[in-house]
Ligand binder design. Structure first.
Ligand code: CU
Length: 450
């Protein structure tokens, strides 16, 4: 019995027989994803056209048509999730992963979602933001009884509006969300000419408290989490958002943590075009470079990718761009540790005092760490350590990237004269030809007097 089986042993004992029964009853196949890599999005082969969403380090759940109904099969179960290379967590999720697969459909579709419970306790699925009949809302005890271990429930409803939604349990919610149970639910407009984009990225923010060297989240933690994740993934292993220059780009972000996250993207200004309540009319939008995503809320923003480069995208709470670390640590900035260092080196010659000039040296050092633990600030760029972890990635805007190509194009090479440099006493000679041109950004209409 491996660790995964051990963790799910309670459920497995119950479900083996039930699974055998239900699998003969015409259920759609429950697809399983083994990989934590971003999967190429699935373009629609019938029905209205849309640009499929790219779930960062995630995937989209396949469906089958049964008459006019789109049928999906979610399986709630214990999973092993690779948070970053070398760090795995034992979580609860759906269809082999946490976060669960993205469900994608089209406005006007009728969907039938089979939910099989392979957890050791009951669960439900709440379809956050979707307008549906009360009895389909997935609040255990209120909408319907909890789904017992080993049982499959059916949710069925019409998608009356397009937009940006999510799903998560509404049963033993504190535990099941702390264990990683959640997913995205994207409903595309029936009219392909409404709010079209070339690239449509999506991720859910979640958080875990996993002690260094261990595998299972501490479910009682209320606010002091140590792993701040996008789709249960941490930098440096959150995939980049790869964009072709000139693309219209949408980024959809949901927050199922216990605190708000101000998401900041460099290189652009942009507008919120959609929330989990619906599309924002053009006249009600305003420009931003940071969007605060409230707890239990979603925001989608859009921009035209005119500026080539490698642009950071991250939570602006600086503790959320660090990986596992202790917070009850004294501050040593400015402290004189030379006498202490001398004494310790008599016993341990390699001892290095740390933290007296800041903590940047932590990103450079190869410190021994417990098993299954990534360094707290890590990730190397083309010019040195990036000194970030957790909720951080890079938007990579390049010329000539194919429509369905999301592979990492590598690091951006700054054109001559466009990178900060060391002052050595005189300015380099720049001819007017290769000097970067300054262009004024266009003002919004109706603001001519500025
Ligand atoms: Cu944050």
């Amino acid at each position: 019995m491996n660790r995964r089986q051990l963790l799910g042993a309670g459920a497995a004992l119950v479900t083996t027989s039930a699974w055998g029964q239900t699998s003969n009853m015409g259920l759609p196949e429950a697809a399983i994803m083994e990989s934590a890599a971003t999967q190429t999005p699935i373009r629609p082969t019938s029905g209205p056209d849309y640009t499929p969403v790219v779930t960062l380090n995630g995937w989209t759940l396949p469906y089958r048509m049964n008459g006019n109904v789109k049928e999906f099969h979610l399986v709630a179960e214990p999973v092993e999730r690779e948070l970053a290379e070398g760090t795995t967590a034992f979580l609860w999720g759906y269809n082999g992963q946490s976060t669960g697969p993205t469900i994608e459909a089209v406005e006007g579709d009728r969907v039938r979602i089979f939910v099989t419970n392979k957890l050791p306790e009951h669960t439900t699925v709440h379809w956050h933001g979707i307008i549906l009949p009360s009895g389909m809302d997935g609040v255990g005890g209120l909408s319907h009884p909890g789904i017992p271990p080993g049982k499959t429930y059916v949710y069925e409803f019409d998608l009356t509006k397009s937009g940006t939604f999510m799903y998560h349990p509404h049963a033993d919610e504190m535990v099941q969300m702390a264990m990683g149970m959640m997913g995205l639910f994207i409903v595309h407009p029936r009219d392909p000419s409404f709010m079209p984009v070339d690239r449509d990225f999506a991720f859910l923010m979640n958080a875990f408290d996993i002690a260094p060297g261990t595998y299972i989240p501490r479910i009682m933690t209320m606010t002091d989490f140590n792993l701040w994740t996008w789709n249960s993934r941490i930098f440096p292993d959150i995939d980049p958002l790869v964009v072709n220059k000139g693309d219209r780009v949408r980024v959809r972000v949901g927050n199922l943590t216990m605190t708000n996250h101000p998401i900041h993207m460099h290189g652009y200004d942009f507008e919120v075009t959609c929330t989990d309540g619906g599309w924002v009319p053009p006249g009600a939008r305003w420009p931003e470079v940071t969007i605060d995503i409230p707890v239990g809320g979603m925001r989608a923003y859009e921009f035209d990718a005119m500026h080539e480069g490698d642009w950071a995208i991250h939570c602006h709470k600086s503790h959320h761009t660090m990986n596992a670390m202790g917070h009850d640590v004294p501050t040593f900035i400015g402290a004189n540790k030379s006498e202490l260092t001398r004494m310790i080196r008599q016993q341990q010659p390699e001892y290095m005092p740390m933290g007296t000039a800041g903590m940047a040296d932590m990103a450079m050092m190869e410190m021994p760490l417990p098993d299954n633990t990534v360094p707290m600030m890590t990730g190397w760029g083309p010019h040195g350590p990036i000194e970030m972890g957790g909720m951080f990635s890079v938007v990579k805007v390049r010329e000539g990237i194919g429509a369905d190509d999301y592979s990492d194009p590598g690091w951006y090479e700054n054109p001559p004269g466009t990178q900060a440099y060391e002052w050595t006493g005189e300015l380099p000679e720049i001819t007017s030809n290769d000097s970067p041109k300054t262009q004024l950004s266009p003002r919004p209409e109706g603001n001519a007097k500025g």
